[in-house]
Design a protein around this ligand. Structure first.
Ligand code: NDP
Ligand code: GDR
Length: 348
């Protein structure tokens, strides 16, 4: 049985990747952060009580800021594959917490690579490593962006991902390690964090539909993104680590839409006219914006035989349907006095 270790297992991608790896017969180990509330909602359905034996998912406390723990966990788990998905992954937040973002996203990757290098050295075992790179690294570069496009990061988050990318390339070349950089364009799902724009929009659609919210405040609606479905993208991560040689790949759909187009489609799916509800609030503007990301997934398609299975329309439908349903349940709890209606004040 293969063993995988995932940082960021509680995140959107971590949950889909864990499902995929378990379905392929892996034992999956994940690093989670201690929090004052439960933070494992996205993976609770995969958890089975270890007291009953045969658990397919095992969780370890740790943090990318803490190199000692990373080393200890790698020594304990003895993984065949490591997926580094952990990150402070919100671009706007990275302008507010730049040092922390750099530490976790940039230096955190370096800590994990160092821990893996030492473990591989001592054990003689070949470990395969996936680094979660981002289309944000392209930033202001002209679309379409491919593996050959030069990086031009536009936020502390993006600059830290560029550092992580080059650490990964350097460790591959310097120590002959099996390390792949996935350069993934935006990917969304019903499990997307509520402060990213797609989920913020579909949450608002559901809540407006059920009378829990009257307005949606957004920032720049003109930026364009190449949006895919997270469930499809984790397959590309896994495929990269199954190849004979390590390499770097862009993962994208090859289609881009503006935030405004996403809004129109999502409100339309619920029979709502977005113009009545959406307003611009400059506090959601970024000091430097990334205007236009459009990926060229040719290499991923030809070398990994990967292509996205979910269309933009299907993605928006699945997110809206879930959030309309979620809002109906939220309304029941609010009406019964079990929950406060505070969601509309959420930032993002
Ligand atoms: P999420 O924000 O949903 O998840 C991030 C994960 O990282 C969570 O499990 C979070 O834990 C964990 N994390 C945060 N800080 C630390 C830390 N200091 N130490 C250890 N773990 C930490 O991100 P996604 O699932 O969307 O993305 C996965 C990865 O892919 C990220 O690295 C992201 O930057 C990158 N990426 C994402 C894209 C996307 O469109 N989704 C596109 C390209 C790259 P907790 O639950 O406790 O907060
Ligand atoms: P992004 O995703 O920055 O591309 O990073 P996000 O959904 O935050 O923004 C996309 C675009 O929408 C605009 N926007 C808003 N964004 C948010 N969050 N909230 C708003 O109210 C709002 N209004 C307009 C943004 O300005 C931007 O242009 C995501 C993250 O998952 C990263 O971790 C990942 O690396 C990249 O995708 C690829």
């Amino acid at each position: 049985m293969k063993r995988a270790l995932i940082t960021g297992i509680t995140g959107q991608d971590g949950s889909y990747l864990t499902e995929l790896l378990i379905s392929k017969g892996y034992e999956v180990h994940g690093i989670i952060r201690r929090a004052s509330l439960f933070n494992t909602d996205r993976i609770d359905h995969l958890y089975s009580d270890p007291h009953n034996g045969g658990a397919k998912m095992v969780l370890h406390y740790g943090d990318l800021a803490d190199g000692t723990v990373l080393r200890r966990v790698i020594e304990t788990v003895q993984p065949d594959e490591i997926y580094n998905l952990g990150a402070q992954s919100h671009v706007k937040v990275s302008f507010e917490a730049p040092e922390y973002t750099a530490d976790v996203v940039g230096s955190g990757t370096l800590r994990l690579l160092e821990a893996m290098r030492d473990y591989a050295d001592r054990s003689g075992k070949q470990v395969r490593f996936y680094q979660a790179g981002s289309s944000e690294m392209f930033g202001a570069a002209k679309p379409p962006q491919s593996e050959d496009t030069a990086f031009y990061p536009r936020s502390p988050y993006a600059a830290a991902k560029v550092a992580a990318h080059w650490y990964a390339v350097n460790y591959r070349e310097a120590y002959n390690l099996f390390i792949c950089n996935g350069i993934l364009f935006n990917h969304e799902s019903p499990r997307r964090g509520e402060t990213f724009v797609t989920r913020k929009i579909t949450r608002a659609v559901g809540r407006i539909k059920h009378g829990l919210q009257t307005k949606l405040y957004l920032g720049n609606m003109d930026s364009k993104r190449d949006w895919g479905f997270a469930g499809d993208y984790v397959e590309a991560m896994w495929l990269m680590l199954q190849q004979e040689k390590p390499d770097d790949y862009v993962v994208a759909t090859g289609e881009a839409y503006s935030v405004k187009e996403f809004v129109e489609l999502a409100f339309g799916k619920a029979g709502l006219d977005w113009q009545k509800y959406v307003e611009i609030d400059p506090r959601y503007f970024r000091p430097t914006e990334v205007d236009y990301l459009l990926g060229d997934p040719t290499k991923c398609k030809t070398k990994l035989n990967w292509k996205p299975k979910t269309s933009f329309d299907q993605l928006v439908t699945m997110m809206v349907e879930q959030d309309v349903d979620l809002a109906a349940r939220e309304k029941t709890l609010i009406d019964a006095g079990f929950k406060a209606n505070g969601g509309a004040a959420r930032h993002g």
